[in-house]
Design a protein around this ligand. Structure first.
Ligand code: BV8
Length: 236
């Protein structure tokens, strides 16, 4: 049993790839979401103003998929890491699979598809178990929208995320093409002596040789990496 304060601090930055084997599509892989949808028509603040019905339909369909999906071995392995490390998950994903797998410290940079909010503020969030319709309003009469950070909207939790990365001793990047900023820039905020691991099956170009590359799908490589880190913790 490792005393809480003595646990090394790990930050895990995850993207759509960690949920791919739970059946939730990634964005930029072949067959990905952005092959079938024009980002500018469904995932930007302008799209919301121009065609809210299309945006709601896009997220209602993805919300049903998330509700039907299950966490995979990658999500569960990260939850198991918490017994030996102080783990913070910083995810770009809007699903709740990290929560359902048992991770306890999660920062959703791009929002959460199972929550709604008024168009006027993100101070009050409302749990969703179904679709948002055009006529839905919040208790104070505001139009309801998905609690999602669209392209062109600021990322409110960036500062909190950056503080966690600056203070981490181990950085793990899983299942992200590192295309979307400012999230992708987090990798530059960790101390240069920080241990760094990358899990991805593709040929992601990462401009930093300090990353130890666990090449392959999350359900295989994340448990292997977690076993490696747990044995290090046990022998330290
Ligand atoms: C902002 C919520 C300013 C919605 C999302 C030009 C250059 C650079 C930047 C910009 C630019 N023009 C505009 C920008 C800024 C823009 C941006 O970065 N655009 C990109 C596309 C160029 N960013 C923004 O607009 C951000 N806001 O900058 O605000 C501002 C400041 C003040 C005031 C006003 C404004 C907001 C960005 C947030 C957008 N919302 N999501 C939704 O989910 O529908 S982003 C979206 O992309 C998701 O969150 C997703 O997670 C994220 C990143 O994608 P990835 O997760 O990396 O997924 P991807 O498919 O790309 O990659 C999958 C990876 O998994 C691959 O590497 C693959 O190999 C791997 N993989 C596949 N299978 C597996 C696997 N890995 C493991 N196991 C497997 N089985």
């Amino acid at each position: 049993m490792i005393v809480e304060q003595l646990k090394k601090r790990i930050v895990v930055l995850t993207g759509a790839g960690i949920s791919a084997e739970s059946g939730l599509g990634t964005f930029r892989d072949s067959g990905g979401l952005w092959e079938n949808y024009d980002i500018s028509k469904v995932a930007t603040i302008n799209a919301w103003h121009q065609n809210p019905a299309m945006v709601l339909a896009f997220y209602n369909a993805r919300r049903r998929q998330v509700i039907a999906a299950k966490p995979n071995e990658g999500h569960y392995a990260l939850a198991a890491l918490e017994e030996f490390y102080d783990v913070t998950i910083i995810t770009q994903n809007i699903d709740d699979l990290h929560e359902r797998a048992g991770s306890s410290k999660i920062i959703h940079l791009h929002g959460e598809i199972l929550k709604g909010r008024g168009v006027d503020t993100d101070k009050f969030l409302y749990p969703l178990d179904g679709d948002i319709e055009l006529h839905h309003k919040t208790p104070n009469g505001q139009r309801m929208r998905p609690h999602i950070v669209w392209f062109g909207e600021a990322v409110p939790k960036m500062e909190e995320a950056e503080v966690m990365v600056r203070g981490c001793e181990i950085l793990i990047v899983i299942g992200t093409s590192l295309n979307v900023y400012p999230a992708a820039g987090l990798r530059y905020a960790c101390p240069n002596w920080c241990e760094k691991y990358l899990v991805d099956p593709g040929s992601i170009e990462i401009d930093d040789q300090q990353f130890e590359y666990f090449k392959g799908p999350a359900t295989v490589q994340v448990p292997l990496l977690v076993d490696h880190l747990i044995s290090k913790a046990k022998n330290s």
